[in-house]
Design a protein. Structure first.
Length: 357
């Protein structure tokens, strides 16, 4: 009897120990989290963020919807201004009391100065590992997620009737007197496109700023107006108010899809932009702002942007839009983006002096 009682007690002890081990994740000594703890550890951030966007309305709407679907419980307050320079100015004006969490769209030339002024939050997204070094700021102040190539939009009917029907093969072709007052250009002070066009000329002339400004002065004679946003310049050509405009190839392709009466040319020795996303220093909802950047750098978001805008993606696995020029299919200038960014104020002052604006 005595032996049987002892065995029973040992059995109960062993049974109790096994239950404890099972609850802790097994006899291996590796604990597992309860379902509640696991869900908490992997829970996605929620709440609201304010996004300042230089993207067009269609892209904004579908991007916002896709992000909210990926992050249930989140909402986005959107301020959309097509001129990235206006958003840059607004962020600077609000530095004492930031209103934005995220700045998206517009070339890196608008994001980089904000980072240098301490107005951006450094964040290296894990999804940025596939983005080439030439498309991002090393400490994560901004990350490039799309590319755009500078091209030329033309109203085909007016081109044929008034300019001989010849598409410009080089930027010098636009100096022909036949183009007199038939061109418009995005305002270089307000738009990334306008400034990148000037910088492209500087690099085209091997950084001879004098020759570049002589070119811009000569071109000025053929320009009827400087337009406040790049999309507006394309719209005016599409409506037939002007014959042509240097502008973004992806936006021109989008317009061509709506109006076959316009066409795209990409002159040789052209420049390109790196469209960026950044987090504003003092963001009210930093976890969700980081999540937004993470999402923007996913292949799904990159493919959505290509579908909606015809832009290129900085992610190698995202295919370009059908018929869109790419960085490997056009002749580019040796565009030094950091130099162009660091010297932007001085270059714009030189341009204003050259053309009398």
């Amino acid at each position: 009897m005595s032996d049987r009682v002892i065995d029973r007690r040992e059995f109960l002890k062993l049974a109790g120990l096994s239950a404890v081990l099972a609850a802790c994740g097994g006899a291996t000594g590796t604990p597992t989290q309860s379902p509640g703890a696991s869900a908490s550890a992997t829970a996605k951030p929620t709440g609201s963020i304010t996004v300042y966007s230089a993207l067009n309305e269609t892209t904004n709407n579908q991007f916002t919807a896709a992000f909210k679907a990926a992050y249930p419980g989140s909402s986005v307050d959107l301020l959309s201004l097509a001129a990235a320079g206006d958003l840059q100015t607004k962020i600077i004006a609000e530095k004492g009391n930031p209103k934005a969490d995220v700045f998206i769209g517009g070339s890196s030339e608008f994001h980089d100065p904000l980072g240098k002024q301490g107005l951006l939050e450094a964040y290296v997204s894990p999804n940025a590992s596939k983005v080439g070094a030439q498309f991002k700021e090393a400490t994560g102040l901004w990350t490039g997620w799309y590319t755009g190539i500078f091209g030329f939009v033309m109203h085909t009917d007016r081109l044929n009737k008034e300019v001989g029907g010849k598409k410009p093969a080089t930027w010098d072709d636009l100096l022909d007197p036949a183009w007199s007052k038939k061109l418009v250009l995005p305002d270089p002070v307000k738009t990334g496109g306008g400034y990148i066009f000037i910088a492209t000329q500087i690099f085209r002339f091997n950084r001879d700023e004098g020759k570049a400004m002589d070119y811009m002065k000569a071109l000025h004679k053929n320009i009827a107006d400087y337009i406040g946003t790049s999309p507006q310049a394309i719209a005016l050509v599409s409506q037939g108010q002007y014959v042509g405009a240097p502008n973004w190839s992806h936006d021109i392709l989008t317009e061509k899809g709506k109006n076959p009466g316009v066409d795209l040319a990409v002159p040789s020795d052209t420049g390109f932009e790196v469209g960026a996303v950044s987090i504003v220093k003092g963001a009210k909802n930093l976890p969700l702002a980081k999540a937004f950047v993470d999402w923007v750098l996913t292949p799904d978001a990159g493919a959505l942007n290509v579908k909606l805008s015809n832009r290129g993606s900085t992610l190698p696995e995202v295919a370009p839009a059908a018929g869109a020029p790419t960085l490997t299919t056009v002749k580019l200038v040796n565009y030094d983006r950091q130099w162009a960014t660091d010297n932007k104020t001085r270059i714009l002052q030189s341009w204003q002096a050259a053309v009398g604006r």
